[in-house]
Design a protein around this ligand. Structure first.
Ligand SMILES: *[C@@H]1O[C@H](CO)[C@@H](O)[C@H](O)[C@H]1NC(C)=O
Ligand SMILES: *[C@@H]1O[C@H](CO)[C@@H](O)[C@H](O)[C@H]1NC(C)=O
Ligand SMILES: *[C@@H]1O[C@H](CO)[C@@H](O)[C@H](O)[C@H]1NC(C)=O
Ligand SMILES: *[C@@H]1O[C@H](CO)[C@@H](O)[C@H](O)[C@H]1NC(C)=O
Ligand SMILES: *[C@@H]1O[C@H](CO)[C@@H](O)[C@H](O)[C@H]1NC(C)=O
Ligand SMILES: *[C@@H]1O[C@H](CO)[C@@H](O)[C@H](O)[C@H]1NC(C)=O
Ligand SMILES: *[C@@H]1O[C@H](CO)[C@@H](O)[C@H](O)[C@H]1NC(C)=O
Ligand SMILES: *[C@@H]1O[C@H](CO)[C@@H](O)[C@H](O)[C@H]1NC(C)=O
Ligand SMILES: *[C@@H]1O[C@H](CO)[C@@H](O)[C@H](O)[C@H]1NC(C)=O
Ligand SMILES: *[C@@H]1O[C@H](CO)[C@@H](O)[C@H](O)[C@H]1NC(C)=O
Ligand SMILES: *[C@@H]1O[C@H](CO)[C@@H](O)[C@H](O)[C@H]1NC(C)=O
Length: 554
């Protein structure tokens, strides 16, 4: 029953193919992208507001072959309340009262000069400059939590300073921090204070962008400063177990690759979180295969693609922090080494069927419990371990799963370029619009004219309007441009082009091979930008009376 596992060509071969196809590329590539989006894009589920709701959705498909739904699931950072923030990571946000406190301290320290002339030359390291910026930001960016500023530095003119800070969007519930740096122009305000006269856009304060110090290895040169805007806060290196003793002290739960491989991403997550949940229940370290197979519905080639890194899509650093995991390669290497070096092999409990429940394994003391999934489909799905009685004992750790920070940096960049001041409409078309049986009105209700007249009642004219959609035709939304500043994901492709930060960073993860910005990443980014809009217009609540899952389902 393995026939559903696709042909597995080595990446190198794929690359050669890709290159040989380049003659077609302009035409084929664009058609492919559009087709893929058309096929894959499904709406995020606005009604999936909580983890229990997600659980309910999935358990309905229990025992059946997993019904593939390509919508993007809300992950931990969309679900977990801010109260679940790791205390050590929590930083006091810069609020008005914090600013007042530092202001007070300053006025107590120095006798305030009554000579406003002094302010004519802006001294960027003057704490009053920072205070002016902090006040300005608080007033302008209401959807942002500011988490700390660096000392401002000179801009390009004498009345300018560049300021960098860390922040979080109020809509994101994780503690993850993002960076912005902007250029500010100052004047003199009331009572001899600095006043921000003008603030430039997202990432404009390039002098405040922190240089990363690296050691020059070539030419034996002295350490030099290389300015990059790499996100140096991401640390998702693969942890090693260290000594043999460390390995032997551990208790592991090891899942062999099952029938889930190359299924849809939601199926993957549902299965992965079952395994991780069982490991947590058994108080064991989960052995994790970081190599993911991207189903053809999301890949640009339309074929299943192996060898994707978990870290392209999800936040491995966060996972490492909240769950006990070990990477499969590291684990197998240490295991083999131990067995080679010692007379007594490590006792392994092999479990051949998912019908052996987690509860039965609770008492087992073997260092390694190895679940093998060799039965025919659908008996070889990981998630079957969590069915039936086990569902009462195992909680899927949704909080452990966040989207990749690298993807979220793109989301932040797009939102930031619109200064977080945008509305969004979610336009679901694609297959659903073509299926008149299940969605009789969807096509008409999302036609350009219908969209424009509907939106006029919901979104003010000339607002930034982000359109999250699976509609492949870029110019489909041109009618909206007569009333709105329309933004589409495609407008931001520079953010994942080969000159982008994302490209550089994923290249490092992928042994120097370029990573495609695939269909899943697109939908993930599209969806997260949508979540950050001030006004959000949904297809299935606001644009049409058709039901999300077809006629008579709502
Ligand atoms: C799944 O299978 C079990 C027995 O194998 C059965 O008791 C249960 O009702 C089934 N669930 C569904 C949703 O069909
Ligand atoms: C500043 O001085 C005022 C009184 O002049 C005092 O009430 C306040 O606590 C002082 N603030 C700080 C931060 O020292
Ligand atoms: C700018 O302000 C800082 C901090 O108050 C001070 O140390 C520095 O001397 C000032 N520089 C000039 C040129 O006034
Ligand atoms: C910043 O600009 C001021 C004058 O505008 C100058 O005195 C100072 O040296 C500059 N600081 C740096 C670090 O270049
Ligand atoms: C300027 O000072 C006066 C008197 O101290 C005060 O009433 C006013 O609020 C101050 N203005 C600002 C903008 O701080
Ligand atoms: C850089 O060089 C310094 C001294 O030459 C050394 O102490 C430091 O560990 C080096 N850092 C890295 C990241 O190699
Ligand atoms: C990254 O995290 C690992 C632990 O997972 C730690 O050992 C390592 O020192 C960290 N590296 C950096 C550069 O912070
Ligand atoms: C889990 O295992 C650790 C060490 O392996 C042990 O200290 C802890 O008490 C265990 N917890 C439970 C709930 O069994
Ligand atoms: C980026 O891609 C363009 C064409 O798509 C190519 O001409 C250019 O050489 C590439 N640059 C790098 C750094 O790979
Ligand atoms: C990406 O890496 C290249 C080569 O290392 C570098 O020239 C470029 O500035 C980097 N781009 C970004 C956005 O960091
Ligand atoms: C969309 O519909 C939902 C549910 O009816 C409603 O709560 C929401 O306010 C509507 N959105 C807009 C922008 O009108």
């Amino acid at each position: 029953m393995k026939e559903s596992i696709p042909s597995t060509e080595p990446i190198g071969q794929n690359l050669i193919k890709l290159i040989s196809n380049l003659c077609f590329s302009v035409f084929v590539f664009s058609v492919l992208i559009f087709t893929v989006i058309a096929i894959t894009y499904q709406p995020p589920d606005p009604w999936l507001e909580s983890a229990p709701a997600i659980t309910k959705l999935f358990t309905q498909s229990e025992n059946a072959t997993f019904k593939n739904d390509n919508s993007i699931l809300k992950t931990g950072e969309d679900l977990v309340a801010a109260s679940a923030i790791t205390p050590a990571m929590a930083v006091e946000p810069i609020t008005e009262s914090v600013i007042e406190r530092s202001e007070e301290k300053l006025t107590n320290l120095s006798v305030k000069s009554s000579d406003c002339e002094e302010l004519r030359i802006v001294n960027c390291s003057d704490p009053l400059v920072l205070i002016a910026v902090e006040r300005f930001n608080l007033k302008v960016f209401k959807s942002i939590v500011f988490l700390g500023y660096q000392t401002p530095v000179n801009g390009s003119k004498s009345d300018e300073c560049d300021v960098a800070w860390r922040f979080r969007n109020k809509k994101e519930k994780s503690w993850r921090k993002y960076r912005d740096f902007r250029r500010f122009k100052f004047g003199i305000g009331e009572n001899c204070t600095y006043k921000v006269k003008h603030a430039s856009g997202w990432h404009s304060g390039i002098n405040a962008r922190r240089p990363t110090r690296v050691n020059s290895t070539r030419n034996g040169g002295s350490p030099k400063i290389v300015p990059t805007i790499r996100d140096d806060e991401i640390n998702d290196t693969i942890p090693t177990l260290g000594s043999e003793m460390n390995f032997m002290m551990g208790r592991y739960l090891y899942y062999s690759r099952g029938g889930d491989y190359c299924k849809g991403m939601n199926h993957y997550l549902w299965s992965f979180l079952c395994g991780l949940g069982e490991a947590m229940y058994l108080n064991r370290t989960f052995v994790m295969d970081l190599s993911v197979c991207l189903a053809g519905t999301y890949s640009l080639s339309n074929k299943d693609e192996e060898g994707k890194d978990f870290r392209f899509y999800f936040d491995f650093e966060h996972l490492k922090e909240v769950a006990s995991i070990v990477e499969e390669g590291e684990f197998v290497r240490d295991w083999k080494k131990w067995d080679r070096n010692h007379k007594r092999k490590i006792p392994v409990k092999k479990v051949v069927t998912y019908k052996t429940t987690p509860m039965q394994l609770k008492k087992d003391k073997s260092p390694i419990i190895w679940r093998q999934f060799d039965a025919p489909e659908p008996e070889n799905y990981w998630y079957r371990v969590c069915e039936g009685q086990a569902a009462k004992y195992i909680d899927r750790p949704w909080h452990a799963l966040w989207k990749s920070k690298r993807l979220m940096n793109i989301v932040t960049e797009i939102s930031g370029q619109m200064d977080w001041d945008f509305d969004a409409v979610h336009v679901v078309r694609g297959e659903k619009a073509q299926n008149k049986v299940l969605w009789p009105h969807l096509d008409a209700d999302t036609s350009p004219d219908a969209l424009l007249s509907k939106l006029q009642g919901l979104v003010q004219p000339w607002r930034n309007l982000f359109v999250a959609t699976n509609e492949p035709f870029y110019n489909y939304f041109d009618k909206l441009r007569s009333q709105y500043k329309v933004h589409l994901l495609g407008d931001y492709k520079i953010l994942w082009s080969n000159t982008s930060e994302w490209y550089n960073e994923t290249l490092l993860l992928n042994d120097g091979r370029p990573v495609e910005f695939d269909g899943y990443m697109r939908v993930a980014v599209d969806t997260e930008v949508l979540y950050r809009a001030k006004t959000r217009v949904e297809t299935f609540y606001n644009l049409t009376k058709d039901c999300k899952d077809g006629i008579n389902t709502c």
